[in-house]
Design a protein. Structure first.
Lengths: 1114, 476
């Protein structure tokens, strides 16, 4: 079934030309969901009479008069008592720190305003991420202001945290709780510390010091989505239980077996950066890029970026790896191993993959996300045979980002049930009561443990089992260090005083300090003799210094510093004194030690390994369970920014959805698994009951191109039941928990696939299907059901009136894509189309060239370039935009009503094979057209053009006619249907936080601390959209003016640009003929989206190029 | 005829009203003649007031100055001048009066004031004499009254009201004339039913009512729109502040640069209200104010936790309870009172109590129960949330004087909002203000303007020309 589609498509409905799909898409603002929901709530039931109208009129008039005659409220200006030198109110201060959550790591710069962190930027000094960030790192600043965070230690009884309903009442003090916990510990207590990967040398040292007092202590490290098989395999192959350092930038051929290395696997930000460097097209002649082949069943973010995808069932992964091993061995003179056989066409494809790999020996890389020890040993062996060790992967700076092992945690559960554990300490982030395959056993066993303490910042399923919760600081309040790779260190420094310690509460306390206090560690041993500490000297003359120093953890600070002085300072030679070294590392945030390389020869037993690989099952239906970019293993599930961020691949928000395959009959008909979800574009999705491992779950279904027939897939990490306090826990019961569907294999490693027992018929319909795929779609063509002609879906009305006037625009330019082998054709094609468009545009009545000459060619003319080849669709830019621009979170119901507010969306388009397509991700934001259709139609000139080429949106002028949004061909304007930010509320009407009433997200003062004070918080009834981060433009210009110099290239960077891990987005001044933007603008693959409609947009896209091996597609 | 008389009377009234205005405005001109004393006052405040009590009767750091000339009358006037300029030199020389003073006041040393001229010292002495004898009171009061007249803008409202009344009377008179003429015409034409329209009929005629309604609608609309635009604006707003901080004393008399305290103005969007520790830079030395003595300055000390008696910051101030704090500052106020007045009398006790209550009420409010912590000033300049304003852009880049927008703050005892801070006001300034185009390398990117200036086509570049009127310069 060879099915090439030259164009791009977004979903089934569009391909099938469903008439109702055309109908729903012709309007910018779809109406039916709004009315439906409102009428359900009874809000629309009553009809207003004339009498009512008069009543409201009278009331309104009276209220207005009353409000108008009120005096202006007295506002206070509260200065500092002692102003810290480094803070100038109104000027942002940046601190180098590191985002760490379990094994997730990102070196960051924290932007603070008036002492509160408001934005995360990448740290460009890091040679691991090189300034890139991830969506998770971007969103982490919001969890600092999570209203669910605990304001002190509490006792937990029967699953309930023992805190008074009266919020003004202080909880128990640390001394009280410390005393109770220490009273239950004896020197001989058998203690287990359960944690996700610990990358901090200081934490590890603190645990060692704790062990000195309690020798029967053991650390059990596990990861919710485990890589323990890789560790075991490397132990077996090389004697080192670590994850090697991968160099995707050095590989010309990348083969990945189910490893989502761009999205979630080990160190995605780092890998994405490496990956993109080798896939950039700078010139047409002699262009080179790596070839990426993904072997998987479910389309992962990485798979969607691959040049070729080979679809195998989850249970066939092992067979595929054995087949590849044997094929490579045959070519390199190695011995075959016997393992499960791969059948059919796939075997031939694997053979071709082997050919590719062998012809690129030493410049190829094979990775696998499998958690099967045998498979990982074979992968090591393949890389070894290909001579990749030492070039595309090595152990020099081996990754420490996954250290969790699956076996010890099972042993722990056994020991707990046997009553052999006296005390259980659970570190922040770890949630074994939720994310273990045998979580239910863990929950049962927990009752047999005498003392259970959780260090979690927020309530979770495990906290509910504990006796005490002793919350740790958020990383933005902590001192800490990280060793993400051997010899690579970075520091975590506090950027705000611990929030809950400053309001007369006991507050949080860092885990390390709690442990050491319980171990009766001599704390003064690190505090004394700190003569280098200038803070201590100043403290004498001013009481406030002492105070603040204590707040940010003077003990941990000194403890860590001592550790660095003794252990890390000797590892470098650049600095003569420790103080200089320390100051430098604190400033830079990162430090690379002079370390010796460690290499060892491959010594794995491949035959034994081949016996260990998973056996293909004969089951009709298999399901793969995977981690998503936004939710991880569930630890991020109380973060609304991440909850509302659409999953890049299935474009769904607020939940996990069961991906079902789409089939094609060879004509114009598409089938989906069991005929489910025929009406996705109308916001309707079916709900089915799926039974796996005897556990049934009710899942909402989404049709997924690229999902292998006979397989299903669903994301892990959803369905949390305890994410916070009642009424405030946004992440409670979002999606379904599928961790019970995971299982242990014979080696004790967690397996993320299963055979499906049964799938029921449709049992219900999702009434809030929050999939944004069909929202704000642009420029798509389809067949008019009435005339049979091909038309523009979103301009049907216009065309009916204009009698095909716009017919010439049917073939719209939104995505250009081609293959590397036909790059010149692609370049000619783009050139032709652009010439044609420019010819059309030359007939305009508006003298654009004149404007350009008179206005835009001096000063600045802002412009952006987006390289679609570098964009992997990870969504970091989207969250960064939300953080920078105070974009509200609207919630699932509102998303389902097409009301998501994001200024930047990432459109996903498919092309190629219907059943195994390639994907293009296109970040789409306001294009800042110089000839903007939105501007002409605004009756109040609330949106207009600046002399610097910005399409300006003035909220205080906007009256909400929404004409602009209707007229925007790119569909990037968003309307505030409701008061999402609660900006309209009078102070006195604010929702009561004391009661346990559900409050709208962001209505409380704590969450509002995350707002960027330079950007207006929009209220109801106005349109908003991307402003090209005008606040950053103005700031950059002002700095240049103050320094009396020209604005340099890259002085102004937009939030999306700085967030991008691959550098796909570049912003700058068109009039600046030097610099990165100028260089990018010369690329022959550049095009403007919808250039033919003469909007003169300011965003240039560079076409997507794939390096497909056509033979593999056959 | 009676009509004629009426008209002439009306005209007369009108003329009177017109002439009344210049007559009212005439009354400015010569103010008080005591120029010397005024200058003396300024000099005294600048140089002497930090150590000498300004009531001239009580001792402070230095002796009370009232009657100083009498005490020095035995010596030549030059000796007094020299004493004021260089006291230590005179003591060393062994001048008897100088030595006598040194014995009384050592080890306190009087500062040198070499820059003061004889005439300036004379002025200071004249001022001291005037205050001591109470002669300045009347004089100063008179002077201030004179100034007040000058500052007052001529108010035209009475004139307009007078005019309106006159015009209304005129209209009525004319209407009567017309009705009379009509009546006479009808009588002449032999219409026996003819009668004069009464005044009531004229006033209740449809035309007049329509006109009045029309006028009311126009006036009402005009007032509504104007007031609606003015909503939220507070030009002239001068609220009472927790501390009676005087810009006049600091910026006017002491000539402290605005940006010494408002140090954000050059580098930030906010000009920044100075933190209490900025006050401490000077007020660790100057502990008694020239106007309010200990009343206001102690509030700063109580905010930051500084004990002026021992010149130390209090340990663990944040945790101190109000009674302990009360003891510290009451002691300070009492000590200062004793220093000035010799001993605590009932008046002194009252003063101590009063000042302490002042401290408590200024530093606490329903949301802030503790005395410790920041001073909550009343914010005067409030821009709506959707307006972005940056001080650095205007102060550092535009090199505007603070006074351009904030008015002569250095002349005011109480800070107030000088400008309307309306969008029209901003825009107007952006239209008129010339950009310092040549000095700043940044503006090089405006190539065409530079060419035009070079070729003489363009005289200047205003803020408007480089996009200063565009929405997203201030709204984003």
């Amino acid at each position: 079934m060879k099915n090439k589609n030259n164009g791009v498509w977004i979903g089934v409905d569009q391909l099938q030309n469903d008439p109702s799909y055309l109908e729903t898409n012709k309007n910018e603002f779809t109406e039916l969901p709004v009315v439906d929901t409102l009428s359900k709530q009874g809000a629309m039931d009553t009809e207003a009479s004339r009498r009512d109208f008069l009543k409201y009129l009278g009331f309104g008039l009276g209220a207005a008069t009353l409000a108008a005659s009120c005096e202006i409220p007295v506002k206070r200006a509260v200065p500092y008592v002692v102003k810290p030198d480094e803070i100038v109110p109104g000027v942002a201060t940046y601190y180098a720190s590191s985002f760490v959550q379990g094994g997730d790591y990102c070196p960051v710069l924290v932007k603070t305003r008036e002492g509160r962190p408001i934005k995360i930027e990448g740290n460009t000094l890091s040679n691991i991420t090189k300034g890139g960030t991830s969506a998770r790192a971007q969103a982490s600043v919001l969890s600092l202001y999570d209203t669910n965070r605990l304001d002190g230690p509490y006792r937990v009884k029967e699953g309930k945290i023992q805190r008074s309903a009266d919020r003004n009442e202080r909880g128990p003090s640390w001394e009280e709780i410390d005393g109770e916990i220490m009273g239950k510990l004896t020197a001989g207590s058998s203690i287990r510390i359960v944690a996700n990967t610990i990358m901090s040398p200081t934490t590890k040292k603190a645990i060692e010091d704790f062990k000195a007092a309690y020798p029967n202590t053991e650390v059990v490290m596990y990861d919710p989505v485990s890589s323990s098989a890789i560790l075991e395999a490397n132990e077996a192959s090389f004697g080192q239980a670590v994850i090697p350092a991968y160099h995707f930038d050095k590989a010309d051929v990348i083969v990945s077996f189910d490893a989502d290395f761009l999205g979630t696997w080990i160190s995605p930000t780092e890998f994405a950066n490496q990956y993109a460097t080798n896939r950039r097209i700078k010139k047409v002649k002699g262009a080179k890029m790596s070839r990426h082949i993904q072997v998987e069943s479910h389309m992962s973010l990485t798979g969607s970026n691959a040049d070729n995808r080979i679809m195998v069932k989850p249970s066939e992964q092992g067979a595929a790896i054995v087949a590849l091993y044997n094929a490579v061995a045959a070519k390199t003179g190695g011995a075959r191993v016997s393992g499960p056989n791969l059948e059919g066409a796939t075997a031939g494809k694997i053979q071709k993959v082997a050919d590719e790999l062998v012809s690129n020996r030493g410049k190829s890389l094979v990775v696998s996300g499998s958690n099967n020890k045998g498979e990982q040993i074979l992968i090591n062996a393949i890389n070894n045979m290909l001579g990749n060790y030492g070039s595309t992967l090595d152990f020099n700076a081996a990754s420490m980002q996954r250290q969790g092992m699956d076996k010890p945690v099972q042993d722990l559960v056994k020991a707990m049930s046997a009553g052999r554990v006296d005390a259980l300490f659970v570190m922040d982030g770890a949630n074994p009561a939720f994310d273990l395959p045998n979580a239910s056993q863990f929950r049962e066993a927990a009752s047999k443990v005498g003392l259970k303490v959780s260090f979690s910042m927020v309530p979770n399923e495990t906290v509910a089992l504990c006796d005490y919760i002793t919350p740790t600081h958020h990383y933005l309040e902590s001192w800490g260090d990280v060793e993400p790779k051997r010899g690579h260190y970075s520091l975590i420094q506090p950027t705000i005083a611990p929030i809950f310690n400053t309001v007369g509460r006991p507050g949080s306390r860092q885990t390390e300090e709690s442990l050491l206090r319980w171990a009766k560690y001599d704390m003064m041993s690190v505090m004394g003799g700190s003569s280098t500490d200038s803070v201590a000297v100043t403290a004498k003359s001013n009481p406030y210094y002492e105070k603040s120093k204590e707040d940010v953890g003077a003990f941990i600070f000194n403890y860590m510093k001592k550790h660095w002085q003794e252990n890390l300072f000797p590892k470098q030679s650049g600095f003569a004194t420790f103080k200089m070294f320390w100051d430098s590392v604190l400033h830079d945030g990162v430090f690379v030690a002079e370390d010796t390389a460690e290499a060892s020869a491959f010594a794995g037993d491949v035959n034994a390994a081949a016996r260990m690989v998973r056996k293909p099952s004969n089951a009709e239906l298999e399901i793969s369970l995977f981690e998503t970019v936004n939710m991880g293993g569930g630890v991020y599930s109380n973060n609304p920014w991440l909850l509302e961020m659409p999953d890049p691949v299935n474009r769904c928000t607020w939940g996990n959805y069961l991906a079902i395959p789409v089939g094609w009959d060879g004509g114009n008909e598409f089938t989906s698994f069991m005929g489910l979800n025929p009406d996705e574009s109308k916001g309707k999705a079916d709900i089915v009951d799926v039974t796996v491992n005897g556990t049934a779950q009710r899942c909402t279904v989404v049709r997924q191109f690229g999902q292998m027939q006979g397989t299903l897939a669903i994301a892990l990490g959803y369905g949390r039941t305890e994410t916070g306090m009642l009424g405030r826990a946004i992440g409670n019961n979002v999606g379904v928990d599928v961790f019970p569907w995971t299982s242990y294999d014979e080696n004790g490693n967690v397996q993320y696939y299963a055979t499906v027992d049964s799938v029921s018929e449709k049992v219900a319909e999702e009434d809030r299907f929050a999939c944004v795929q069909y929202h704000h779609s642009m420029g798509l063509t389809g067949e008019d059901p009435e005339t049979g002609e091909e038309i523009n879906v979103d301009e049907k009305t216009v065309m009916t009136i204009g009698e095909g006037f716009q017919g010439g625009l049917v073939n719209r330019s939104i995505i250009y894509q081609g293959s590397l082998s036909e790059l010149e054709d692609l370049s000619h094609h783009i050139e032709e189309k652009r010439t044609e468009a420019q010819k059309l545009n030359s007939h305009t009545l508006y003298p654009y060239d004149e404007y350009k000459e008179q206005v835009y060619d001096q000063g600045h003319h802002w412009s952006m370039h987006i390289d679609l080849n570098a964009c992997i669709g990870c969504g970091a830019c989207q969250v960064a935009c939300i953080a920078e621009n105070n974009v509200p979170v609207v919630g699932k119901t509102e998303v389902a009503r097409h009301h998501e507010m994001t200024w930047l969306r990432i459109d996903r388009y498919f092309y190629g094979d219907y059943e195994n397509p390639n994907v293009v991700y296109q970040p789409m934001m306001c294009q800042h057209c110089d000839n903007a259709p939105c501007e002409n139609v605004c009756p109040v000139a609330a949106t207009n053009h600046s002399s610097e080429g910005l399409n300006q949106m003035t909220y205080n002028r906007c009256i909400g006619t929404r004409y602009c949004a209707n007229n925007c061909p790119y569909k990037v304007r968003r309307f505030n249907w409701l008061d999402y930010t609660t900006a309209d509320l009078f102070g006195a009407n604010e929702y009561d936080l004391n009661g346990e009433e559900a409050i709208p997200f962001g209505a409380d003062n704590l969450t509002r601390m995350v707002l960027n004070p330079d950007v207006t918080v929009r209220s109801r009834g106005v349109i908003e959209k991307c402003s090209f981060c005008v606040q950053r433009i103005q700031e950059g210009k002002l700095t240049a003016k103050r320094e009396q110099r020209k604005l340099r290239d890259q002085d102004v960077k937009t939030a999306c640009q700085t967030a991008c891990p691959t550098g796909a987005i570049v912003f700058g001044d068109d009039n600046d003929k030097e610099g990165i933007l100028a260089e990018r603008l010369e690329n022959p693959l550049n095009y403007l989206v919808l250039e033919e409609i003469n909007t003169q947009s300011a965003v240039r896209y560079q076409a997507r190029v794939n390096n497909k091996n056509e033979e593999l597609d056959a | 005829m009676t009509y004629k008389q009426l008209i002439s009377r009306v005209l007369f009234l009108l003329a009177m009203a017109v002439f009344a205005l210049p007559a009212m405005a005439q009354e400015e001109g010569d103010g008080g003649g005591a120029v010397n004393i005024d200058e003396g006052k300024t000099l005294f405040r600048n140089y002497c007031a930090t150590c000498h009590n300004k009531n001239m009767k009580d001792d402070l750091t230095g002796p009370a100055l009232g009657g100083v000339e009498e005490r020095w009358a035995d010596y030549p006037q030059e000796d007094l001048y020299k004493w004021i300029r260089q006291s230590q030199a005179m003591i060393n020389e062994g001048h008897p009066r100088a030595v006598e003073l040194w014995e009384d006041w050592k080890p306190t040393v009087m500062n040198n004031f070499l820059n003061l001229s004889d005439s300036e010292i004379d002025n200071i002495l004249a001022y001291i004499e005037a205050v001591y004898t109470g002669a300045d009171k009347k004089n100063v009061a008179g002077g201030e009254a004179a100034v007040a007249v000058v500052e007052e803008k001529p108010n035209n409202t009475p004139l307009f009201i007078a005019l309106a009344v006159i015009l209304a009377i005129l209209a009525v008179v004319l209407a009567r004339i017309v009705s009379n003429l009509n009546y006479m015409l009808q009588v002449r034409e032999g219409n026996s039913d003819a009668r004069r329209t009464s005044l009531v009929e004229i006033l209740t005629s449809k035309g007049l009512i329509a006109f009045v309604i029309f006028a009311l609608v126009v006036l009402g609309g005009y007032t509504t729109v104007n007031n609606a635009i003015m909503l939220g604006r507070q030009q002239g707003y001068a609220p009472e502040q927790p501390i009676k901080f005087s810009h006049q004393t600091h910026a006017g008399i002491q000539k402290i640069d605005c940006q010494y305290c408002h140090d954000g103005a050059r580098r930030s969007k906010h000009s920044v209200i100075p933190a209490a520790n900025t006050c401490m830079n000077c007020h660790r030395a100057i502990k008694v104010g020239s106007q309010y003595g200990t009343a206001e300055l102690t509030k700063i000390y109580a905010s930051i936790g500084y004990d002026p008696s021992s010149d130390t910051y209090l340990d663990n101030y944040e945790e101190m309870n109000q009674d302990d704090i009360e003891k510290v500052y009451k002691k300070w106020i009492a000590d200062t009172y004793v220093k000035e007045n010799g001993s605590i009398d009932s008046k002194g006790e009252e003063l101590i109590e009063e000042q302490w209550e002042g401290i408590v009420s200024s530093l606490t409010n329903p949301h802030k129960k503790k005395i410790q912590g920041p001073i909550e000033w009343v914010r005067i300049h409030n821009l709506p949330d959707h307006v972005y304003f940056n001080h650095a852009q205007h102060v550092t880049v535009g090199q505007l004087e603070c006074q351009t927008c904030h008015g002569p703050m250095e002349e005011w005892e109480v800070a107030k909002q000088h400008s309307p801070l309306s969008m029209g006001w901003c825009i107007n300034c952006h239209r008129q203000t010339e950009v310092q185009f040549d000095d700043n390398e940044y503006y090089k990117s405006y190539t065409r303007y530079h060419e035009e200036i070079a070729s003489g086509e363009r005289e200047k570049v205003t803020v408007e020309d480089i996009g200063g009127l565009e929405c997203q310069k201030c709204h984003y």
